[in-house]
Design a protein around this ligand. Structure first.
Ligand code: UD1
Length: 472
């Protein structure tokens, strides 16, 4: 049994890795400032594994907290996920990216040195191969040109780790170069949950499928690829998480810096991914073809030979598995945001939308009384009931609508027609408390998660359910 410090352990890949580590019997300490993740992820990790990881809510650059962690725990290895990761944003605030991503790595390495911890696994990216290498990418290729500041931080950190390994016999750095991780945990509890409007393809597809965004724009269909759209090496995040276990095993037995590609070795186009998603889930994803996105490369995929032969790791899940897992996660988020009844016996239905919910006040007959109110991610049922009261108050006193949230929250009003017949939108089961439960539409079972509205915000045991079982 090893004790592993996971920075960014509440994030998308980090949380899945924590689950795999705990299930393999290791102890896990999570350090995450929750700047791009929710604290509820820690509960979800516990729900899945039955073990609660130690959790420190702090910045990975915070030397005091790092010192506290290394003093309180005998850490055998560090897996470093924490970092800013939005390509577009990195072009606008490069200093924040360099400061955050480089400083956290340096701080960790220095604290590790003091504590005598010598095993480091780094979350790198296929982006380090830059625009000039031939495909598929092989670990021996040069990696000194990135296309954006985010990518440069990965190139630079890899170099820092190589230099540090050269200077420090006995130190190990495993550089894991991820291709395009998608999907989520089979429980539906963990997945890719970006704030605001997603930049990446799969979270965008999933939100379109859920009716939270109108349509997908495919960025260009005139690339030199078989169908003209860009091709990527998508891999299931659970496979990727398992790769970290292999990387830790490797780190315990080797020294020096070593890079590994983690991908499937297969390229899938944007169109193929959208079509596979629709086939695998039975849900429609409207799309249009738009112009190319600046900085996109036509295609990339991994040469996976090194990971297979040296780590003994190979991605196993299919693209359809990945699509179902991504969709399952989005549906399960909806389930958590079930209808709540407010004090006036009306029901507030919340639809997840980025980091905000849209609350919709619906009367028992299903008519929308008031169609939107931005609130912070409505984790608390009581908050949402209060918010529903608040909408009514405003309605009654003719007050203007609350301002649309800061930070680019994106509002989508729920229309009456959505409730009645748009089967992309989950339909609330509305009935008087204690009365017969209304049947949900079941065309797209995963989308339609129903719950009996409750009085006083109390959760009814087993209240949330799927209208029909998931496909396959
Ligand atoms: C990008 C980054 C990568 C980073 C990864 C995860 C680059 C070149 N790529 O990968 O370093 O690790 O994000 O954050 O720096 N697409 C659409 N419509 C959309 C969104 C995407 O057509 O609404 C297309 C893109 O043009 C691309 C493909 O889908 O061809 C995948 O895009 P995305 O999910 O953003 O990942 P990458 O750009 O491959």
């Amino acid at each position: 049994v090893m004790k592993i410090l996971v920075t960014g352990g509440a994030g998308f890949i980090g949380s899945h890795t924590c689950v795999e580590l705990l299930e393999a019997g290791h102890d896990v300490v999570i350090l995450d400032d929750l700047s791009n993740a929710s604290g509820t992820v820690i509960d979800k990790i516990e729900t899945i594994t039955g073990k609660r990881p130690a959790f420190y809510q702090a910045d990975a650059k915070d030397r005091t907290v790092l010192h506290e962690i290394f003093t309180a725990h005998r850490i055998d290895a560090v897996v470093h996920f924490a970092g800013f990761k939005a390509v577009g944003e990195s072009c606008h605030i490069p200093l924040a990216y360099y400061r955050n991503n480089l400083d956290s790595t340096l701080a960790l390495l220095e604290e590790m040195a003091q504590a005598g911890c010598t095993r480091f696994v780094f979350s790198s990216s296929a982006t380090v191969y830059g625009p000039d290498n031939a495909i598929p990418y092989v670990e021996t290729m040069p990696t000194y040109v990135a296309t954006n500041p985010y990518g440069w931080t990965k190139v630079m950190i890899e170099q820092i780790l190589r230099d540090y390994c050269t200077a420090t016999p006995g130190f190990t750095a495993v550089l894991l170069r991820y291709f395009n991780p998608i999907g989520g945990h089979p429980s539906g509890l963990l997945g890719d949950d970006p704030n605001g409007i997603p930049n990446n393809l799969m979270p965008y597809i999933a939100r379109v499928a859920a009716g939270q965004l109108d349509k997908l724009t495919i960025f260009g269909d005139d690339y030199p690829t078989p169908d003209g759209t860009c091709r990527r090496d998508y891999l299931h995040v659970v496979d990727l998480a398992k790769g970290h276990l292999k990387a830790i095993d490797y780190a315990m037995e080797h020294t020096g810096a070593e890079a590994f590609n983690l991908g499937t070795g297969h390229a899938v186009s944007v169109l193929e991914l959208v079509n596979t998603f629709m086939e695998a889930t039975g849900v429609n994803v409207p799309y249009v073809i738009g112009p190319r996105r600046e900085g996109d490369l036509p295609q990339m995929w991994a040469d996976t030979h090194k990971a297979e032969t040296i780590l003994g790791w190979k991605a196993e899940k299919t693209v359809a598995d990945m699509c179902r897992a991504s969709w399952n996660f989005v549906c399960s988020v909806k389930k958590q945001l079930c209808p709540v009844r407010n004090r006036n016996n009306k029901t507030a239905v919340s639809l997840r939308d980025g980091c905000f919910c849209c609350l919709h006040l619906v009367d028992p007959g299903g008519a929308v009384v008031r169609d939107r109110l931005p609130v912070h991610m409505g984790e608390q049922r009581d908050d949402r009931a209060d918010a529903a009261d608040d909408i009514e108050q405003r309605e009654r006193h003719g007050k203007p609508e609350l301002p649309v949230p800061r930070q680019g929250g994106h509002m989508l009003p729920l229309r009456q027609k959505d409730i009645e017949r748009d089967d992309r939108v989950p339909q609330p089961a509305l009935s008087e408390a204690g009365g017969p439960r209304q049947q949900c539409r079941a065309d797209h079972a995963e989308a339609l998660l129903c719950e009996q509205p409750q009085r006083n915000g109390a959760q009814q045991p087993g209240g949330a359910r799927l209208a029909t079982p998931l496909h396959n």
